[in-house]
Ligand binder design. Sequence first.
Ligand code: UD1
Length: 430
Amino acid sequence: MEQYIIKGGVPLHGEVSIGGAKNAALGILAAAIMTDETVTIENVPNVRDTRVLLQAIEGIGAKVKYVYNNSVQINGGSICDFNVDYEYIKKIRASYYLLGALLGKYKCSQVALPGGCNIGSRPIDQHIKGFKALGADVVIEHGKISTKAEHLKGGHVYFDVVTVGATINLMLAACLADGDTILENAAKEPHIVDVANFLNAMGANIKGAGTDVIRIKGVSRLHGTTYSIIPDQIEAGTFMFASAATHGDVVVKDVIPKHLESLSAKLIEVGCQVIEGDDWVRVIGCDELKSTNVKTLPYPGFPTDMQPQMSVVLALANGSSMVTESIFENRFKYVDELNRMGCKIKVEGNTAYIEGVRRITGAQMSAPDLRAGAALVIAALSAEGLSEIDDIEYIQRGYEDFEGKLRGLGAVIERIDSEREAQKFKLKIG
Ligand code: UD1
């Protein structure tokens, strides 16, 4: 079992380059099978979730070729199976994008019910409601969800909650339906816009992505294209908050600063200096972080995927803070681990009450999910002494070469997978 060993207490310094957005990539890779022509997708983060999705895409007969580490060619012309039951697919949430993509292209699809991070119950009722509005029958049986449509036609969907997944899934299915579709109360995240731009580059007709009303005119076919995925807002945010928590000075490169505004605003509130360039942001930490309150909200609000990293920063701030989670109900599982490091955090309902402390100490911890895992790494980097973090496969789902990028900023971190390697590393760092 791999783990991270981290020696904390070193302020991060230097420059780090951000990869493509995982959550955009998952929608775009699924969308790529919707044409029989070859699609080239660049800036694909090479992380566990994208690799699993690509294996599933290969599993149904599409051709997948890595051109370089972050560039992938997909040809969906040879798909022979509309039933996605690849062993690992249940582990990734975005497997459900194949439902919408296959339904749009072949008018039927079957996918094992999705899993993903255990951050609360994650219903898919809005996806189902949307597919039905396009004229599809949807059945859940034997742990699988199946869709079928004699005639897939445009429809009007008003989402009851703002959902990224259902918004993307409905864009996928509707772009090859007959007639017009309107999606209201749609999610507005940058990756929604990226998936829409990609589909449009393949010949779809989608307008309004990035606002809460998306209008889609169905087209009869999509064609090949070459497309580069936007930078990952959450990977960028994680390094920005790591700079703040370690009192560092980090330039986060290859980003779209506009997508990071809610994060920059909070960092300024806690006393950091944030300088923005065209495609970079620099976060200069301060000696004494200030407390503040945060509530997670759909974009452009503060992202739920940055909530654990924000809590770590506030756990080290001077004074009392409140972090309210309004998207997922089970996203505070990392708090017990932080408290074992000396943090003072109490969770009541969907709010964490944080009493800032000046000093925390390294501990043995387990990553409970992807973003919480990243937050524990930030905490370990800020702590005195050694930390060991288990279950880092969660972190590898969404961060490419996390430890390598952190080492580039001066962090003392190693990924090890045996007791021998652990001893060797501990001896080396003294
Ligand atoms: C996506 C992201 C995830 C991020 C989340 C919110 C991917 C692969 N994952 O997850 O990293 O944390 O957006 O920004 O892109 N809901 C329903 N019914 C549904 C669908 C969702 O009630 O049919 C609820 C969820 O329980 C949740 C809220 O809507 O409370 C938002 O979920 P959603 O935006 O769909 O999250 P995901 O797409 O699963």
